[in-house]
Ligand binder design. Structure first.
Ligand SMILES: Cc1cn([C@H]2C[C@H](O)[C@@H](COP(=O)(O)OP(=O)(O)O[C@H]3O[C@@H](C)C(=O)[C@@H](O)[C@H]3O)O2)c(=O)[nH]c1=O
Length: 193
């Protein structure tokens, strides 16, 4: 039996991965990453960084972030403590779902993983104090390629479930999308759109 179940979302190339944990009297055992079982999600990509963040206050937002091509990256996001609402926005040029968003609750309890490919802006709101996430990334950090969209942009229509309790100065200033925003060509990463 596969230990990871890949679930498609309405946005092409975006997946939720469910973890089938073994539970017994001691607790749980689960496989969290397998290059073979996730081949359909990963394609030719390899994990280059594993990142961690702790967000102290419930209601805090980090996002909406991405690295521009040619340093765009896939992120495989898990919550290892607490709960978050993980949200992505499709910013792939020419995508039929351009600027649509999709969200999933990730928690230490539900063990879900969000597989977010290149061409998506990514962010989350913490739903509990001290929520921690760990995410696997397929590109090295490239500060000069970092960019973002404003979490509160009315054009994105994201409904954050809680009042915003904390946000970085940088994230409060990301640009709003306007009519000139056509997104990013991510065709170099394989068939994504
Ligand atoms: C993302 C990142 C940041 N940093 C540094 C930059 C800065 O000084 C400090 C904190 O960075 P940030 O404020 O960007 O951290 P944060 O707001 O948590 O950024 C993260 O947000 C989520 C939503 C994502 O999608 C991630 O890809 C990443 O962008 O860490 C690295 O050294 N390497 C990295 O890979």
């Amino acid at each position: 039996m596969g230990k990871l179940t890949i679930i498609e979302t309405p946005l092409k190339g975006l997946y939720i991965v469910e973890t089938n944990a073994f539970i017994d009297h001691r607790g749980a055992f689960a496989r969290w990453f397998c290059e073979e079982e996730l081949a359909a999600v990963l394609g030719k990509r390899h994990i280059k960084n594993v990142n961690f963040s702790r967000t102290v206050k419930k209601g805090s937002i980090r996002g909406m972030h991405f690295q521009k091509p040619p340093h765009a990256e896939m992120k495989l996001v898990r919550c290892i403590r607490g709960r978050i609402l993980d949200v992505v926005v499709d910013i792939r040029a020419g995508s039929p779902t351009f600027l649509q968003h999709y969200s999933v609750e990730l928690s230490a309890e539900n063990m879900k993983m969000f597989a977010v490919p290149e061409g998506f802006a990514h962010g989350f709101q913490s739903l509990e104090d001290d929520s921690e996430i760990m995410y696997l990334v397929t590109e090295f950090y490239s500060p000069e390629s970092e960019a973002g969209l404003r979490f509160s942009d009315p054009a994105l229509k994201i409904e954050w479930p809680l009042p915003v309790m904390d946000i970085s100065e940088k994230d409060g200033k990301h640009p709003l999308v306007n009519d000139n925003f056509v997104g990013f060509d991510v065709s170099m990463y394989g068939e994504q759109v």
